[in-house]
Design a protein around this ligand. Structure first.
Ligand SMILES: Nc1ncnc2c1ncn2[C@@H]1O[C@H](COP(=O)(O)OP(=O)(O)OP(=O)(O)O)[C@@H](O)[C@H]1O
Ligand SMILES: [Mg+2]
Length: 174
């Protein structure tokens, strides 16, 4: 990363899974190929749900299911999407299985539990963090159990712009 390069980081609040998918779709529509998207967040935070939206934005018709038992699922739409889940893996597993080799430069890669890959992690384009909203953790707050804080982060010039635009349009909800 060159010195002085821009970084964008925005946190949005979504109310339910359909809003997470909607944000994913906005991102998916802007993918050009070659991007690596890292999705961080606790079990059940909504990473696969976000990838469902990203896939919709790529025009993928097939239903997107969690890859946690098969490690990788591949979908074809406007671009090819490689969807990984590293939850059950270690850094050595990722390297030994060669999971991230031989992926076409024009494809998009989405990785759940990327932290499991440690140093085997490729350079990323976009980081998505999904967090249970504080209100979800309040036992008295039944209404907001579907609320999430979603952080989008990038240093890639094009994605910095995308994030800033999305952040501006949704700023009232941050
Ligand atoms: N705002 C929200 N965004 C996303 N999912 C939500 C939201 N509110 C509730 N949910 C529900 O939470 C669950 C999220 O499941 P999902 O498989 O996407 O999580 P995940 O982060 O991929 O988990 P895992 O780490 O096990 O792979 C779904 O049942 C979804 O309907
Ligand atoms: Mg998942």
């Amino acid at each position: 990363m060159s010195q002085g390069s821009k970084r964008a980081k925005r946190t949005l609040v979504v109310e339910d899974p359909s809003e997470t998918r909607c944000l994913g779709r906005l991102l998916g529509e802007r993918l050009q190929g070659g991007e690596i998207i890292l999705l961080a967040g606790a079990l059940g935070a909504g990473k696969t749900t976000m990838v469902q939206g990203i896939a919709a934005g790529l025009g993928i018709q097939e239903p997107v299911k969690s890859p946690s038992f098969v490690l990788e699922r591949i979908y074809r739409g406007r671009l090819v999407l490689h969807h990984f889940d590293f939850y059950r893996l270690t850094q050595e597993d990722v390297i030994e299985a060669g999971l991230l080799y031989d992926i076409d430069d024009s494809a998009v890669v989405a990785i759940e539990w990327p932290e499991r890959a440690g140093e085997a992690l490729p350079g990323w384009t976009l980081k998505v963090g999904i967090h249970f909203h504080e209100e979800c953790l309040d036992p008295g707050s039944v209404k907001s159990e579907n609320k999430r804080r979603i952080t989008l982060e990038s240093t890639d010039a094009r994605w910095v712009e995308v994030i800033e635009t999305i952040g501006r349009h949704t700023s009232k909800r941050i």
